[in-house]
Design a protein around this ligand. Structure first.
Ligand SMILES: *Cc1c(COP(=O)(O)O)cnc(C)c1O
Length: 365
């Protein structure tokens, strides 16, 4: 008898997965396997700089600690929280998933998202059979507080991304405060600070002791230039961390990851990260200046992150033109309110100037 694997897989798969479309990550759209050298990667908000590290393999025959102490100590010091307010995960993405697994009941509880925003909140929820309610951002990309408040009692988690991906703007302190207070007794408010190193003054980390329902997500994937490492953090009060510890895998942080991540957080690593951030922030200002000189390009918002969102009347032609010249950026035109919009990660000086030259050439067509 021949067994049709597709048939058995589809017969047994959980029903709610039938229509689930996995996250179209920049890397799924364009694999890094081919042509890493020639291509200019400005589509995943990665750093153009790759720090070098060595690992010590001596204990690789042993399972690692669930939460490696060196790493937790280093991130606690760097971020200014207590060690018991910290959880290390396989990227901030795993943090998102753990929060939904730990705090939402499938088919009953909901999360609240504010699109246009990071896609993984909704996809993670969907894969766990949890519905995402939506409170779209206002046209200036601020939170629609009245709409958000109307979901009180219906949602267990409220995701706020600040600086927001893909718009780049930060959410005003007053607005986040209002959400934290309004949902104080009914929902956790998750502030995703994946890009916070590019505008550290906007962090909510100091408020952790004032708000028992505040959760902050962090990552080494962006400013630290370690997207390939898969290392992120959840910052929250201890009782929240304790619950997440119930659902996390027994060995979530591979030993080489823990070693490299801890090194990236020593004085030297942090100094290097800050130098890169300062260079990228300068490059961002220059890139924006140059883009503003190009008649058809509109800068959509002030960006507090390592990318800019632009609007162009021929956005899909521009996207394709750049792609054919091995410059990859991210098409955001299908997101709510972002018709005609493209997101460009800030690269190094040479990458940015090649990008500008190609856009100018496109304009002459
Ligand atoms: C990149 C990104 C993440 C994911 O970070 P990882 O640590 O690489 O999983 C989370 N949130 C936002 C807003 C991001 O842009």
């Amino acid at each position: 008898m021949t067994i049709d694997t597709k048939l058995i897989a589809e017969k047994l798969a959980r029903k709610h997965l039938k229509n689930l479309v996995p996250y179209e990550s920049a890397r799924r759209l364009f694999s890094g396997a081919e042509s890493k050298q020639q291509t200019i990667w400005l589509n995943a908000n990665e750093s153009p700089y790759s720090p070098q590290y060595e690992v010590d393999t001596i204990f690789f025959n042993r399972y690692p600690d669930c939460q490696p102490a060196d790493l937790i100590n280093a991130y606690a010091t760097y971020s200014g929280v207590e060690k018991n307010q910290l959880l290390c995960s396989r990227g901030a993405d795993e943090g998102i998933e753990l929060l939904i697994r730990a705090f939402c009941e499938e088919k009953q509880s909901h999360i609240l998202i504010c699109p246009p925003t990071y896609g993984m909140y909704a996809i993670s929820a969907e894969s766990l059979n949890v519905d995402a309610k939506k409170a779209p951002l206002n046209s200036d990309f601020s939170l629609d507080l009245e709409l958000i408040k109307s979901y009180k009692g219906e949602v267990n988690l409220v995701f706020i991304c600040s600086p927001n991906n893909p718009t780049g703007n930060t959410v005003a302190d007053q607005q986040i405060k209002a959400v934290l207070e309004y949902f104080a007794d009914s929902a956790l408010v998750v502030v995703d600070e994946a890009y916070i190193e590019f505008s550290p003054e906007n962090s909510w980390v100091k408020a952790l002791n004032d708000y028992p329902n505040l959760v902050i997500l962090r990552t080494l994937s962006k400013a630290f230039g370690l997207a390939g490492l898969r290392c992120g953090f959840v910052l929250a009060n201890q009782s929240i961390i304790d619950i997440l510890m119930k659902v996390i895998a027994p060995y979530p942080v591979p030993a080489p990851v823990a070693q490299i991540a801890a090194k990236s957080l020593n004085n030297n690593g942090i100094k290097q990260m800050r130098a890169h951030v300062s260079e990228l922030n300068q490059q961002k200002a220059q890139l924006i200046d140059a883009l503003e000189q190009i008649g058809d390009v509109d800068i959509v918002t002030q960006s507090a992150a390592n990318f800019v969102l632009i609007k162009h009347p021929r956005c899909s032609d521009l996207f394709t033109y750049l792609k054919e010249r091995n410059i990859l950026i991210r098409d955001q035109s299908k997101q709510l309110r972002l018709a005609g919009c493209l997101r460009i990660t800030i690269g190094d000086e040479s990458q940015n100037s090649q990008l500008i030259n190609e856009i100018k050439a496109f304009e002459k067509l």
